[in-house]
Design a protein around this ligand. Structure first.
Ligand code: DSN
Length: 422
């Protein structure tokens, strides 16, 4: 239990919610692939007195006085991120991944310019040009797709043909619901052939790239990467933009983040990013990243054995997208609710060319970053996958569901959420 003694004395309502969330996280299995458990050190920095400070500008060039310590932590975060990802320039101020993407678009593009991104139903993200976002009022988004949704192979020929026809200024890679490696060299070559920037939104797999278990797009000619810091990277909620080696791009990105899009940076979050990047530079983070992949494979093996269709045929990363409607005749929403009732949290998700609507799609998306942090190995992950399938196939059997819930609680008790990672 964390120390909330001041909140407890001062604000019973917020205290009650904190307690509830503590119990939920402690007693349940977290499979949302974009979530994780941060260390206490990250949380201490995130809830620190840096929240008191206004620091518009950048280290050495601020608009307010009193920046001695904020400059130190922001520079630490920048230097550590450079080291982690092999970037020459880093902006750690974006409040979120969405902000990072928006600032990146405005840095690299003029209104009306074209972005070539992954078809949203094939794994892209809202900020990659979903019609519900304001971004589509400003920029033109066109799409590439997977060639084969059963293998996940991207249609690079179609990507090139579309790029030659529409001359985008950005080709965007990196997705929220796509579990395979990419041919970054091919994407960068197509981008540069048509005079576009190659940009990777690595939010989901930043920790896997930092841990050296997935490829780093900067090694294959990418110009810019955006990310969140809280998913596989296991830091505070926040964003970041990295530029490989072009100072002109980096300058534009800095201006775009501040003053273009944001005001004062969240220095407490930036301090927490510095702590997280320090953790990710340790050798033990490489082991963590490797285990995330092994654990996802263990879950894939169980789903395969039970003939449950996985989009792209399985996974090469931390996440799996399963077609539960096609395989088990349970909708994504029903599956999310049923699994929630036995203590497993994940999210319903549209699958490529989904026959159902977005509010109750055919799929579920789940992944291993959080349970790996908890210490689950391949044996426990395989068991969780079995319990998931048991839940979905015994949905009318109350006694069975209660048994599953109690096994989940026991598993969680055996693997408490750690305070630190060494
Ligand atoms: N909401 C995040 C995810 O779950 O993938 C992306 O922003």
């Amino acid at each position: 239990m964390n120390d909330y003694s001041h909140i407890q004395k001062q604000d019973e309502e917020v205290f009650a919610s904190l307690l509830g969330e503590e119990t939920r996280e402690r007693e349940g299995i977290e499979l949302i692939p974009s979530e994780n458990y941060v260390s206490k050190a990250v949380r201490e920095a995130n809830s620190s007195i840096f929240t008191n400070k206004y620091s518009e500008g950048y280290p050495g060039k601020r608009y307010y006085g009193g920046q001695f310590y904020t400059d130190i932590v922001e520079n630490l975060a920048i230097d550590r991120a450079k080291q982690l990802f092999g970037a020459q320039f880093v902006n750690v101020q974006p409040h979120s991944g969405a902000n990072a993407n928006i600032a990146m678009y405005f840095a690299l593009l003029e209104p009306g310019d074209t972005i070539l991104g992954m078809d949203l139903s094939h794994g892209g993200h809202l900020t990659h040009g979903h019609p519900v976002t304001y971004l589509t009022k400003i920029f033109k988004f066109i799409r590439y797709k997977m060639k084969d949704v059963e293998t996940g192979e991207i249609d690079y020929d179609e990507m090139r043909a579309t790029a030659l026809e529409h001359k985008p200024k950005i080709i965007l890679a990196g997705y929220s619901a796509y579990p395979r490696e990419l041919d970054y060299a091919k994407i960068a070559a197509i981008a540069h052939e048509v005079g576009a920037y190659a940009v990777m939104d690595m939010a989901h797999i930043a920790g896997l790239i930092a841990g050296g278990v997935m490829k780093n797009p900067f090694d294959y000619g990418f110009d810019v990467m955006t990310t969140t810091t809280h998913k596989t990277l296991r830091g505070p909620r926040g964003g970041m933009i990295l530029t490989y080696n072009n100072p002109e791009i980096a300058k534009k990105i800095d201006k775009s983040v501040f003053p273009g899009l944001q005001g004062g940076p969240l220095m407490n979050t930036i301090a927490a990013k510095a702590v997280c990047f320090g953790e990710a530079l340790k050798p033990s983070f490489k082991t963590y990243a490797a285990r995330i992949l092994e654990n996802a494979k263990a879950m894939e093996t169980v789903f395969k054995a039970k003939n449950i269709r996985m989009l792209t045929g399985g996974t090469s990363s931390h996440l799996i997208l399963a077609d539960v409607f096609g395989s088990l005749q349970v909708t994504g929403k029903e599956a999310e609710n049923l699994l929630d009732s036995v203590g497993i949290t994940l999210n319903k998700n549209a699958i490529a060319d989904d026959v159902r609507g977005p509010m109750d799609p055919s799929g579920i998306r789940f992944g291993t970053p959080a349970i790996t942090t908890r210490g689950f190995g391949t044996k426990e992950c395989a068991r969780v996958a079995e319990l998931m399938i048991d839940t979905l196939t015994n949905r009318e059997d109350k006694t069975k569901l209660e048994e599953i819930h109690s096994e989940i609680k026991s598993l969680c008790e055996a693997f408490p959420i750690p305070d630190s990672f060494t």
